[in-house]
Design a protein around this ligand. Structure first.
Ligand SMILES: [Zn+2]
Length: 132
């Protein structure tokens, strides 16, 4: 059975438990990495962040950046849902999709290996987590 080790007390918890069974520490990956599928360039972050055309152009050097709005989506660390959540920003020209499905207003939980895109197939970014 897959488990995770609580960094606060060393307790081994079942993977299905999002919080440590002893101290309730939330098991949220500390570092999120997004990688452009087209160029392989990456961005790492540990705080909530908004992404849009400028970042797609300069950080990822992705030719699909032209399909994005100035602000396209945001990624937040949600302590209640115990997950990193991607949420759309209103009024974008093209929708933001996750694994091919357009985001609803509440957003969805990011998972390792997930694909964020503008429309169904433009500006693809692959999600990866780092433990520490
Ligand atoms: Zn703990």
């Amino acid at each position: 059975m897959a488990t995770w080790i609580c960094p606060k007390d060393g307790i081994e918890n079942p993977h299905a438990e999002k919080r440590c069974l002893v101290c309730r520490h939330p098991n949220i990956p500390r570092i999120v990495v997004l990688q452009s599928v087209a160029t392989g360039k990456e961005a790492e972050f540990t705080e909530p962040v908004k992404f849009g055309k400028a970042v797609f152009t300069h950080r990822f050097a992705d030719p699909d950046a032209k399909f994005a709005s100035d602000l396209q989506f945001e990624i937040i660390r949600d302590e209640v849902r115990v997950a990193w959540i991607i949420r759309p920003i209103a009024e974008t020209v093209n929708p933001t999709c996750y694994d091919g499905s357009p985001l609803g207003p509440d957003g969805v939980e990011l998972l390792d290996g997930g694909i964020i895109s503008v429309s169904k197939s433009k500006m693809k970014l692959k999600v990866r987590f780092k433990k520490n």
